[in-house]
Design a protein around this ligand. Structure first.
Ligand SMILES: [Zn+2]
Ligand SMILES: [Zn+2]
Length: 330
């Protein structure tokens, strides 16, 4: 099969022909229809995250069709359309798994990081971590739901039911969260890089009542903010924008260092927290919610072989919505 392979972190992916993987017990082989590109993929490729399992096929927002099932994959049939998220395997027995927090599992393995992912024509996945894709979503539009959507959903749930929600960085995740938040009658305030008029207009189109630069103060205090951009300096900025009791959620897996800031910004029972990974329950909840909103994802499709171009476009902040790789049909 054709795959895009990361041989050394910090270098571009290479197009390669590799053997078709075989599904083991509990696994399914999927023919990949498409795979959305996540900022985490960039962090893996750019060496921001330690020890990827090299050589590696990145990609953890896979929409695929079951081609073959291993033993013990009851409930999965050849031809089923499923999605594969970032959380690829957990031990099921550590203190986190046993307390409903499998997203924090000490031995978790992640798709497109320790497990080969979806930048390929085929992928193998643990059936227990695959989700059915809601009907009515075309493949390309479904793919960004699997991480941008899921992580956004978890972040919004942990933002403590805000009336006024700030979103810092208006990329794949924020463009989905904005729709969910508007559906829930929250007021959305979107912050982008200074001068990114296109992203600000995009945010207003998706229901934000205000959009401006992350260097500006919002027109009124916020109840919570979610930071999607990997920029540590946004933490004190967001703390300065939230009201007493407000929550700042850092949704990304990696961020530049957070500069020191006066305690006054945190005082008043403001809190800062991160969101790490997802649980399967998050996936089930969000994939049930998305069609009710309904969430419409905006995608920029790239052929599989153009994965490096898709990553560069994301690095440059030039993706509107989500980039999605697709393999040409056989
Ligand atoms: Zn565990
Ligand atoms: Zn992701």
């Amino acid at each position: 099969m054709r795959a895009m392979i990361l041989e050394r972190a910090g270098e571009p992916l290479r197009t390669a022909e590799v053997p078709l993987p075989e599904p083991g017990a509990g696994q399914v082989l999927l023919r990949v229809r498409c795979c959305a590109v996540c900022r985490t993929d960039l962090h893996v490729v750019d060496r921001d995250l330690p020890d990827p399992d090299l050589p590696l096929i990145p990609g953890h927002q896979i929409v695929g069709v079951v081609e073959k099932t291993g033993e013990h994959t009851d409930g999965f049939t050849v031809g089923d359309r499923v999605g594969v998220p970032w959380l690829g395997w957990t031990d099921g027995e550590c203190r986190y798994c046993l307390s409903g927090r499998e997203n924090l599992c000490e031995n978790a393995r992640f798709t497109g990081y320790q497990i080969d992912g979806g930048y390929a024509e085929y992928a193998v996945a643990d059936a227990r971590f695959c989700f059915p894709i809601p009907n009515g979503y075309p493949d390309l539009q479904a793919a960004p739901l699997l991480c941008a959507g899921l992580i956004g959903h978890r972040s919004l749930r942990l933002a403590c039911d805000p009336e006024r929600l700030g979103l810092y960085g208006f990329g794949a995740s924020a463009h989905i969260v904005a729709q969910v938040a508007a559906h829930e009658n929250r007021r959305v305030f979107a912050f982008t890089s200074p001068g990114d008029d296109e992203a600000q207009e995009f945010a207003r189109d998706l229901g934000a009542e205000w959009a401006g630069s992350s260097e500006e103060a919002p027109p009124e205090e916020l109840d919570a903010a979610i930071i999607f951009a990997p920029v540590g300096a946004l933490v004190p900025a967001a703390l300065g924008a939230v009201a007493r009791g407000g929550t700042v959620v850092c949704a990304g897996i990696h961020m530049s260092d957070i500069p020191s800031f006066p305690y006054e910004l945190l005082w008043g029972e403001r809190s800062v927290r991160s969101v790490a990974n997802l649980t399967r329950q998050d996936g089930q909840e969000f994939l049930a919610l998305a069609p009710k909103v309904p969430v419409h994802t905006e995608v920029m499709p790239f052929p599989l072989e153009k994965a490096n171009e898709a990553l560069q476009t994301l690095r440059d902040g030039k993706i509107r919505g989500a980039a999605v790789l697709f393999a040409a049909p056989p």
